[in-house]
Design a protein around this ligand. Sequence first.
Ligand SMILES: Cc1ncc(COP(=O)(O)O)c(C=O)c1O
Ligand SMILES: [Zn+2]
Length: 423
Amino acid sequence: MSAAVTEKTAPSLRTGAFGNARALACRECGNEVELGPSYACPDCFGPLEVAYDFPVVTREEIEAGPPNIWRYKALLPVPVDIEQSPNTEPGFTRLLRADNLARELGLEKLWVKDDSTNPTNSFKDRVVACALSAARELDAKVFACPSTGNLANAVAAAGARAGIRTVVFIPSDLEHPKQVNSAVYTDKLVAVDGNYDDVNRLASEIAGEEDGWAFVNVNVRPFYAEGSKTLGYEIAEQLGWRLPDQIVIPVASGSQLTKVDKAFQELIALGLVDDRPYRIFGAQATGCSPVSVAYKADTDAIRPVKPDTIAKSLAIGNPADGIYVLDICRRTGGAVEDITDDEVRDAIVLLARTEGIFTETAGGTTVGVLKKLVESGQLDTSLETVVINTGHGLKTLDAVSDRVGAAATIAPTYDAFVASGIL
Ligand SMILES: Cc1ncc(COP(=O)(O)O)c(C=O)c1O
Ligand SMILES: [Zn+2]
C-alpha cells in the first residue's frame, strides 16, 4: 500500500514528535514498528496501537496542566510543546452527579460524563486533536475522514483552526444539522451515496492512492484513537483519582470503549489510581448491533450488518474494534446490550427531563442501555456508575421533535391560560 502520508516523511520527524510514545505495536502479535503513518501490522495485518515508555508521571503534574486534554500530554502521542499549535482545546468536560436519573432508574450513585460540551459538541474533538498533532508532525497536506457525522464536524473545525486543508466524507443520508456543522467550517464536505462502511472503504482507497492525506481514522488511526483515553483519565481524576465501579459506553467502531479501558490500565500501572475491579458495558442500537449480537451469542465472530437505526452516529456495521470490545466487556464482568429506536427516543427525553442534559441519539442509546441493564439485573445498582454522553441533542433534533412540543397553544390572555388546563 502506498501510505497516504508518505513513508518518505518519516525519517525527518522532529525529536519528540510523538512525546513518550515508543513504537506502534500490533494488537494481535505484539510486533512493534516505527512510529509513522502505519496502521496495520506488516506481519499479520492486525491493527497497530501506540506503545509508550512512560516516565514517572504524578497527579500534581497533571493537575497543574491546562483545563483540557493536554493536561495528560505525557500520556499521549503528542510533543511536549503541543499547546503551542492551534487546536480546538477539547476536554476536561463536566462530570455531573445525576441523582434524579439515579432515583428514576433505582441506582445508588450515578454520574454523567457530559462530552456534549466539547468545541464541536461531541467527544470526537478529543481524538481529532491527537490526530491533528500526528498529521502536523507527519507533514500531511490534507486532513480528512470518513465519518458518521460528529467526526466530520470535529475534523472540519480543527482543520480550520490549524489552517490545514480539510476534506470530510459522510453518508448522504446523515442528519441535516451534522452536515451543516461540517459545511460551515469547510467547503469540502463530500456526501457519498452509501452507508458509513461504504464511505470508509472509499476513504481507505483514497488513502492508498493519494500522497499527503491524513485520514484521521484510517492511516493515522493509532494516534487518533489515543485521544479517547482522555475520557478515562478525566473520569478518574474527577472522581478524586479513583476508578468507577461500572461504566456504560456507546459502541460504533468500539475504539472509544477500548481506549477508556486502556486509560484505566495505564493509570493503575503508573500508580495514579488504586488497582481495583471495574466493569465496562457497551451500548448499541438494535438496528446496528453486531457487537451486542455476538456478545449475546457468546461468540467472537462479529457478523457485519447493514445499519437501520436513528442512532446514525453509532451506525457502523463492521466495527474495527468490535472483537476487543467483546474481550474487555467479558474480562471485566460487563456486557454489551442494545435497545430499539423507540427506547433511544424515550431515553433522550428521560435524560433531558431528569438532568437537564439534551443528548443526541448516541447518548440516548447509552442511557437507554443503562436502564435496560438495570432492569435485567446485569448492572449492580448498589455500585457507583458512570454513563458517558458523547454528543449534543441539537445535532439530532428530529429524533425527538415528534415526541415533544408545546403543551398548548393559547391566545395571549390570562383566561386562555387558565382555560388551557396547564395549571
Ligand atoms: C456521538 C458518538 N458517540 C459514540 C461514538 C462511537 O465511537 P467509537 O467509534 O469510538 O465506538 C460515535 C462515533 O462516531 C459518536 O459520534
Ligand atoms: Zn501482528
